[in-house]
Write a protein that binds this ligand. Structure first.
Ligand code: PMP
Length: 360
C-alpha cells in the first residue's frame, strides 16, 4: 500500500492504525452485523462508544469534573457564533486577542452579537508574533476573553495560556491533543476534529458548568450548550461516524503514551523542519518570532517565489502532499499534526535540502 506523506492543514492525515481498525470494522461493528454508520445513535452500543470517547478525552486532557464535554456539529466556525450566543449573558461586550486569520474570523462573527474589543493585536507586524501579555488592554467587565491558541494560517502559537480576569475561551482547533492544555484555566475550549482528533463533522466543546444557562434569547435550542449538555450531545442525531473515528484516535493517543509523549514527538518534528528552514541560508524563510513558532503549522516562503510552483509540483511527485499555503497568504505550509510521522518530516526536510541545492 502506497501512503502519501500528508501535510494538509485539515482534513489531514489520520493514524494508519485508526484507518485500519475502521476498515476492519466497517461492515460489522461490535458484532452487530451493521456498520457503525448504520446503527442508531440511541442504541446501547453507540451510547457506550460515545461515553468511552468522552472518558478517554477527559483522561488524556485531565478535564476537571465540573467541565462538560460536548460533541457537536457545525465545525469550529459554528463556535465563532455559538460562544457569544451562550456566554455573553447580560454583558454585551467581549474581549478578543487578534493574532491571525482565524481569530479575525472569530472577531467578525462575534460582532453580530456584541461589542467586540480587541484587547491586543499583532496585525501591525503581519501576525509574526503573539502580543506580549503586558500589552493586553483587558476589560474586567467583558463576558469573556477569546484567543486562538494556534493560528493555522499564520503559524503563530501561544507559548503560555494568557492571563485573564474573566472566563477564558480558547479556539484550540488546530492544537487540541497536540500538546498539554491546562483546562482549569479556561471557561471554554473548542476544536473541530479534522486536525488532530479524527474526521470533519465533529466539534468538541469543553465548558465549565458554571457558564451554562445564560444563552441569549435568540439562541436556537439546538445551539444552547446547557440543553446540549443535558441531552448528552444527543439533542438531535449527532455526527456518528466522526464521533466513532475520534474515539479510535483517542485510544491511539493513549496507546502512544498520552499527551506528554505526543507533544515531545511533535516538538521534535517541528524543530527538524524549522532547522531545515533556518539552515537554508535564506532559501526558505519563516517569519514568525521563535518563541511563537507553531508546532502544528509551519508556513514558509521561498526567497524566489517564482520557484514555488516547481517546489510544490516536485514535492507532490515525491509523495509529499498538501503543502500549498493558505490562499490568503500564499507560500508553502507544512502541517505537522499528530498523525504525521517523524519519517514524513524527515522526507520533507531531505526534499527541501535537495531542492535548495539544485535551485539555490
Ligand atoms: N479555527 C481555527 C484555528 C482553524 O484552523 C479552523 C479551520 N482551519 C477553524 C477555526 C474553522 O474550522 P471549521 O472549518 O471546522 O469551521
Amino acid at each position: 500500500m502506497a501512503r502519501s506523506h500528508n501535510f494538509s492543514a485539515g482534513p489531514t492525515a489520520l493514524p494508519l492504525e485508526v484507518l485500519q481498525q475502521a476498515h476492519e470494522e466497517f461492515f460489522d461493528f461490535a458484532g452487530t452485523g451493521m456498520s457503525v454508520m448504520e446503527i442508531s445513535h440511541r442504541s446501547e452500543v453507540f451510547m457506550e462508544l460515545g461515553h468511552q470517547a468522552e472518558q478517554d478525552l477527559r483522561a488524556i486532557l485531565q478535564v476537571p469534573s465540573q467541565y462538560k464535554v460536548l460533541f457537536v456539529q457545525g465545525g469550529a466556525s459554528m463556535q465563532f457564533a455559538q460562544v457569544p450566543m451562550n456566554l455573553l449573558g447580560d454583558k454585551g461586550t467581549a474581549d478578543y486577542l487578534h493574532t491571525g486569520l482565524w481569530s479575525g474570523k472569530a472577531i467578525q462573527a462575534a460582532q453580530r452579537y456584541c461589542d467586540v474589543r480587541v484587547a491586543a493585536s499583532s496585525k501591525a507586524s503581519g501576525f509574526d508574533r503573539i502580543p506580549c501579555a503586558a500589552d493586553y488592554n483587558l476589560n474586567p467587565n467583558a463576558a469573556y476573553l477569546h484567543y486562538t491558541e494556534n493560528e493555522t494560517v499564520h503559524g503563530a502559537q501561544f507559548a503560555d495560556v494568557p492571563d485573564a480576569c474573566v472566563p477564558l475561551v480558547c479556539d484550540a482547533c488546530s492544537s487540541l491533543l497536540s500538546k498539554p492544555i491546562d483546562v482549569a484555566r479556561h471557561g471554554l475550549i473548542y476544536a473541530a476534529a479534522q486536525k488532530n482528533m479524527g474526521a470533519a463533522g465533529l466539534t468538541v466543546v469543553i465548558v465549565d458548568e458554571a457558564l451554562l444557562g445564560r444563552a441569549l434569547a435568540l439562541t436556537p435550542e439546538i445551539l444552547d450548550y446547557a440543553r446540549i449538555a443535558k441531552a448528552e450531545s444527543m439533542l438531535n442525531t449527532p455526527s456518528t461516524f466522526p464521533w466513532y473515528l475520534t474515539g479510535l484516535t483517542l485510544k491511539w493517543v493513549l496507546r502512544r503514551g498520552g499527551i506528554a509523549s505526543i507533544h515531545q514527538l511533535n516538538q521534535t518534528k517541528a524543530e527538524l523542519l524549522y532547522r531545515t528552514i533556518d539552515d537554508s541560508g535564506g532559501f526558505y524563510r519563516n517569519r514568525v518570532e521563535a518563541p511563537f513558532r507553531s508546532i502544528n503549522n509551519v508556513p514558509f516562503v521561498l526567497a524566489d517565489p517564482a520557484l514555488e510552483p516547481a517546489f510544490l509540483r516536485l514535492a507532490e511527485q515525491s509523495g509529499l502532499m498538501g503543502l500549498k499555503g493558505h490562499a490568503s497568504v500564499g507560500g508553502v505550509r507544512a502541517s505537522l499534526y499528530n498523525a504525521v510521522t517523524l519519517q514524513a518530516v524527515q522526507a520533507l526536510s531531505d526534499f527541501m535540502k535537495d531542492f535548495a541545492q539544485v535551485h539555490g
